[in-house]
Design a protein around this ligand. Structure first.
Ligand code: GLN
Length: 239
């Protein structure tokens, strides 16, 4: 078995250790003896994103987001939309999550037209939403992590959030939604990085990617005792 991972815009979109998510996927595959290789895809590169099994997009500040707009509009948006619709497993964090939507109006009034892949938009405010936070997914997974964003995201009616806020702000600090979930695409405000802090979710992504590519896959269990201990300690500090 082999999984191909794409790390999209790693030089521009990488906040608060987000690239640790890619390391986490690589390690959890390696520990199970599953081959994997990662391609870093930067602005200017030509890539058919549907050729990959997992795509990761990290967070970035408004400035970095503005730098990739041009590249997105030159075809990466279409490639990304196809990958979303084809059911490629995609994890997009914060600034990376925002770019899956229609637009982002920054707190200074600039409008960035994004990919319009999913029906949501984001509006920035001067007061940032910052802190350790937690939310629950429909599988009853409790995700813990860190958020730091100016943008408030509002999902269109037909779109499901990734989770429901337990503590913190999530999409907009008002409707208790967190992130977005569509097919095998997960958008979230969760830095942390999210996957090392939430190994159950990391394995969920790996399992989805393997099952999509190979039939009858049973994911071997790993010893998560260190991760669970770390989670307990972090969680106890703020929930
Ligand atoms: N620039 C976006 C915001 O502040 C995203 C920030 C981030 O990725 N942490 O809303």
């Amino acid at each position: 078995m082999n999984l191909r991972i794409a790390h999209l815009y790693p030089d521009m979109l990488n906040l608060y250790g987000d690239s640790g998510n890619v390391l986490c996927l690589q390690k959890r595959l390696e520990w199970r003896g599953i081959d994997n290789n990662t391609n870093r895809i930067n602005a200017g590169d030509v890539a058919n994103l549907s050729d990959y099994d997992i795509i990761f997009i990290g967070g970035g500040q408004d400035f970095e987001q503005s730098l990739i707009l041009d590249d997105l509009s030159k075809g990466m948006d279409v490639s990304l939309k196809k990958a979303v619709e084809n059911g490629v497993v995609i994890l997009a964090v914060c600034g990376g999550f925002q770019l899956l939507g229609k637009y982002y109006k920054t707190h200074t009034g600039d409008i960035m037209e994004f990919t319009n892949i999913l029906d949501f938009y984001t509006v920035g405010k001067e007061k940032r939403l910052i802190g350790n936070y937690a939310f629950k997914t429909s599988e009853k997974m409790e995700i813990i992590g860190f958020e730091n964003h100016s943008g408030r995201t509002y999902l269109g009616k037909g779109l499901k959030p990734f989770g429901k806020i337990i503590k913190g702000s999530g999409n907009n600090g008002r409707d208790r939604t967190e992130g977005v979930r569509y097919k095998n695409t997960f958008g979230t405000y969760c830095h942390g990085p999210i996957l090392p802090k939430n190994p159950q979710f990391a394995d969920m992504l790996i399992e989805k990617a393997l099952k999509r590519k190979y039939k009858d896959v049973k994911l071997e269990k790993l010893d998560n005792s260190i991760e669970i201990l770390a989670r307990k300690q972090v969680r106890g500090m703020y929930i």
